[in-house]
Design a protein. Structure first.
Length: 146
């Protein structure tokens, strides 16, 4: 915790620490005075900033897919694919409690695809394709889930 500027020498700034490494109450704004108690908890005594970030991003995901190709004749081909994907991420912010900016990304995606190709001539192909993809579930706020 550094207070006023003491000197500038060769492009370096030298500052004096606050007495006892504590910022005087009259130097803290009213807004900061309300935010600091809910955001900074003494987690690591003896560390330079006395705070260790608790930010993390654990992931639980898996993907599964299958594809089937079939040639009925030299002119007619079919392919089918389907997939399921799960991606769950708990993004925890730096600070605990109501100031946490994290979120829960809970996505489960699934879809299918069907393609039919009919070769009229070697340089002319009739292609029909269609598919469906389920929308993801979305994001949830970190507040209230712990």
């Amino acid at each position: 915790m550094i207070r006023r500027l003491r000197a500038r020498t060769a492009g370096r700034v030298v500052r004096d620490p606050f007495p006892g490494n504590v910022i005087p109450a009259n130097r803290i704004s009213q807004v900061a005075g309300r935010v600091i108690p809910s955001s900074r908890i003494r987690i690591a005594p003896g560390s330079p900033n006395n705070f260790v970030s608790r930010s993390q991003n654990p992931v639980d995901d898996w993907d599964w897919s299958v594809k089937i190709d079939h040639t009925f004749s030299a002119r007619l081909r079919l392919n089918y694919s389907m997939w399921v994907q799960k991606d769950v991420r708990n993004n925890y912010g730096d600070v605990p409690g109501s100031l946490d900016h994290g979120n829960l990304n809970d996505e489960v995606g699934r879809g299918i695809r069907l393609n039919i190709d009919y070769f009229i001539r070697p340089n002319l192909i009739n292609h029909l394709g269609g598919g469906y993809g389920a929308p993801p579930l979305g994001f949830l706020s970190a507040i209230g889930r712990r």
